[in-house]
Design a protein around this ligand. Structure first.
Ligand code: MTE
Ligand code: HPA
Ligand code: MOS
Length: 808
């Protein structure tokens, strides 16, 4: 903790080595060893269930599966135009190209030409209306991937298009009143005049706008589907997806068959980050249509540039807001319009906007508030889920307001944030009427303020800046509160299937998908704990629609909450049957039978787990079970936007310190201190990994990752790592103190843990506002820096010029 920063590290890759040395994680190993001998299998740092395979290159991703004899490869022909009409496709020349077996268009889809997840407005292959540059017009199926790609690259010559100018920005769409779904409104007032009157009567007012850019998921494994035709019109699809059941459903629609004819399987993804929640569907449908039509296996694996050009990503948001506040910075009234760039179709833009509106409050009591959400329809890729799912876009808007209000009042931003925090027993109702009953933000922030030395460093930075004309430092502490549950109530359910074989080994299957986040590791821990066995006995298998039906996407950070509970339910039933059988044979009461450390304690005897299983098999006891879970207590009225959409909240806070070079606009994160709430962690090592990963990923969103569409053609010009910059190991801060907050989930979640996947993405707000603080210092803190996100060197420089001009 609190190590001084060695300036020589600031611009070298040694920073990363230093980080690795110091980050060596750091659970209390003695406590864990104790827990272990007591038979505890949760609350323990376990390596990822596939770690040994990941590092050896032996973990199989879909492109690693052996290809069946006769496998064909598919590539998509993309629209060279962003808006217009497709008059005709001249495909004869493409059909005649070497290796080409078939070229399919929208008319060749036997069922419905649509792969929309909620609203059916998403053509698989263009049906006449050109909606964005990169839209798939046709599919080439060829003997090799290269042949397919060469042929698909002829799209421009093949397509006869009448082009029209594209609508590209959320502002343009908003001006035209062009949305993918009706506007949403969420308001709460404590006076008859509502937010307007609260603002009018407030001592101070602020009216401004703000913008945050979008973000590419940049999963390491691109979108891929491998479809194998089966007898009687059925298909077996290997698909890199967070949502096998939805792929099953949409493929069945596209083929015009029932769901029972479609079998979807996914052992693991090389990352999803929301990008494979709905958008794996187009590729799943095309591969399945081609495979069933040609009666040969068909693989569709996207090239990275095509993945960028075809699929959507995080929505950028444009905000116009007005707030009224008092002398201490207390927000008395607020009104905000949020306009997102939804792209050409609805996809998940509705739930994303809902989550954005439900996170504008973040950790703050807003007595009178009026929010409006517009999902702008643009001629761009259809934007979709990305870690946080609108939550980050909602919360950063109020954090930007907190920072601005603090600067207007000349107060420390932490003090302004604190006077606005939700109370514990009053001032604790969200704008959507959910009562915040589990608020730990006061104690969490107090602890972080102390252990990060916030106040002393604030003074040290002021001193540094006074003596440093070119390099300026900045500091910021930002808090977060993130609602856990899908904001569509019926998605909050899960199933599992657990088999105990008669040699005592255990196979677990559940509806969740593994994308690197450690879900299978956690579910295996839950099952091992429930049956009192070592991890070696438990194996988790591929997600498979033939094993657990009607599953929800692994999303909204609920994977372990939902599937952990379902697997626990299944394992518990088996344990109870084993206990009854053991008591029957060895005497004593079934309730007194204990399972721990691969042993079963029954009526004073200690038996091997394996022996008890063997006996139960002989006694004809069912040794496998299904399990089910539905999150209790949820309600949501989507018309009034009121109810209890979340089972509970996760909390966290981070302090970041940056240095900005005022001549180049470059910045460096010097130190980050994080305190994050995961309830009673199921696996502290996995959870710390999620927190660190989300922090760096969120920092990329707010700083280096910039999406640029050509203003005339509408072409996404940043479609590869050469032009789109995600963070690297060198961007990790040399001092990165990540700690888990101590405390159980107030709700009866799986072993009182909390979801961890998405909430920490909000932690690096502190990086963005630390940069803004440093920019402000460059202007002598005399004006509010007009810095928007991403804070690229160019935009930092522009903001510095603005504050310096305003100050002179
Ligand atoms: N971590 C890794 N390594 N890879 C991923 O793709 N996706 C994130 C998060 N962490 C992701 C990840 C997103 S968007 C979500 S919603 C959750 O993991 C989903 O998994 P969980 O619900 O099991 O936490
Ligand atoms: N998160 C992720 N996916 C979703 C959600 C959510 O809150 N709601 C509907 N789909
Ligand atoms: Mo995560 S954005 O809910 O897949």
């Amino acid at each position: 903790m609190n190590r001084p920063i060695d300036p020589s590290l600031l611009h070298s890759s040694e920073a990363f080595a230093h980080y690795l040395k110091n980050a060596a994680f750091r659970v209390d190993e003695r406590a864990e060893a104790g827990a272990h001998t007591q038979g505890q299998r949760v609350g323990i740092s376990r390596p990822h269930e596939s770690a040994h395979l990941h590092v050896a290159g032996e973990a199989a991703y879909i492109d690693d599966l052996p290809e069946l004899d006769g496998t064909l490869h598919c590539a998509l022909g993309l629209s060279p135009v962003a808006n217009g009409r497709l008059n005709a496709l001249r495909l004869d020349a493409i059909r005649a190209m070497p290796g080409v077996v078939a070229v399919l268009t929208g008319e060749d889809i036997p069922g419905v030409n649509d792969c929309g997840s909620i609203i059916h407005d998403d053509p698989i292959l263009c049906s006449g209306e050109i909606r964005y540059l990169g839209q798939p017009l046709f599919a080439v199926i060829a003997e090799s991937r290269e042949a397919a790609r060469l042929a698909a690259a002829q799209a421009k010559a093949a397509a006869d298009i009448t082009a029209e100018p594209p609508v590209l920005t959320p502002q343009q769409a908003h001006e035209l009143g062009q949305y993918v779904l009706p506007p949403m409104h969420l308001a709460r007032s404590t006076n008859e005049g509502g937010a307007r009157r609260a603002m009018d009567e407030a001592p101070h007012r602020l009216k401004s706008s703000f913008y945050v850019g979008g973000q590419e998921q940049f999963y390491l494994e691109g979108q891929i589907s491998y479809a194998i035709p089966k007898e009687d019109g059925a298909v077996h699809l290997y698909c890199s997806t967070q949502h096998p059941s939805e792929m099953q459903h949409l493929v069945a629609h596209a083929l015009g068959v029932a769901s029972h004819a479609v079998h979807v399987e996914c052992r693991r993804m090389g990352g999803g980050f929301g990008g494979k929640e709905s958008q794996s569907a187009l590729f799943a449908c095309v591969a399945s249509v081609a495979a069933t039509r040609l009666r040969r296996p068909v693989k569709l694996r996207l090239d990275r540039d095509d993945d960028f050009m075809i699929t959507g990503r995080r929505h950028c948001f444009w905000y116009e807001y007005e707030v009224g506040y008092d002398d201490e910075g207390r927000i008395l009234g607020a009104e905000i319009s949020m306009v997102s760039r939804a792209g050409h179709s609805a996809d998940l833009s509705g739930p994303v906007m809902t989550r954005a509106l439900c996170h504008f409050d973040n950790t703050y009591w807003l007595p009178d508030v009026s929010m409006h959400g517009y999902s702008g329809k643009t001629n761009t890729q259809s934007n979709t889920a990305f870690r946080g799912f609108g939550g980050p876009q909602g919360a950063i808007a109020i954090e930007n307001i907190m920072e601005t209000v603090a600067r207007e009042l000349g107060r420390d931003a932490l003090d302004v944030r604190r006077v606005n925090f939700y109370g514990k027993t009053e001032r604790n109702v969200t704008p959507y009427s959910q009562v915040v009953t589990d608020n730990v933000i006061h104690e969490l922030v107090a602890e972080l303020e102390t252990c990060s030395d916030y106040r002393a460093r604030r003074d040290a930075i002021a001193e540094f800046n006074a003596a440093s004309p070119v390099l300026k430092r900045g500091l910021s502490l930002t808090p977060l509160k993130f609602g856990i549950s899908f904001n569509v109530k019926h998605f909050n359910q899960a199933g599992a299937l657990v088999h105990v074989y008669n040699d005592g080994s255990i196979l677990v299957n559940h509806g969740g998908t593994e994308m690197g986040q450690g879900l299978n590791t956690k579910v295996a821990q839950v099952v091992a704990h429930e049956l009192g066995v070592g991890f070696g006995r438990v194996r988790v298998t591929a997600t498979d629609t033939t094993k657990v039906a009607n599953t929800s996407a692994t999303a909204a950070s609920t994977g372990a909450d939902l599937n952990g509970k379902a697997a626990q339910d299944a394992a518990r039933q088996i344990r109870e049957r084993l206990a009854a059988c053991a008591a029957e044979r060895h005497g004593g009461r079934a309730e007194d039978v204990r399972f721990a450390n691969d042993q079963v304690h029954v009526n004073g005897k200690v038996l091997d787990f394996k022996a008890v299983v063997g006996e139960a098999y002989i006694e004809r006891v069912q040794l496998w079970s299904d399990g089910f879970y539905a999150t209790p207590g949820l309600s949501w009225n989507k018309d009034t936007m009121q109810g209890r959409p979340f089972f509970y909240y996760a909390y966290g806070a981070a302090v970041s310190e940056v240095v900005v070079d005022t001549l180049t606009g470059e910045f460096k994160l010097l130190r980050a201190d994080v305190l994050h709430d995961v309830g009673r962690s199921l696996n502290p090592a996995v959870d710390v990994g999620q927190v660190e990963g989300a922090f760096i990923q969120g920092m990329g969103w707010l700083t280096t990752e910039e999406l640029v569409w050509h203003p005339q053609s509408g072409k996404l010009t940043t479609h590869a790592p050469s032009t789109y910059k995600i963070p690297t190991a060198n961007d990790c801060p040399p001092v990165f103190n990540v700690r888990l907050f101590e405390g159980d989930n107030f709700e009866d979640s799986i072993h009182r843990s909390k979801a961890v996947g998405e909430p920490p993405l909000l932690l690096p707000f502190s990086v963005f506002f630390a940069i803004r603080d440093a920019v402000s210092a460059a202007g002598g803190h005399r004006s509010n820096p007009p810095l928007q996100s991403p804070a690229t060197p160019e935009s930092i420089l522009r903001a510095i010029e603005a504050v310096q001009a305003a100050g002179s």
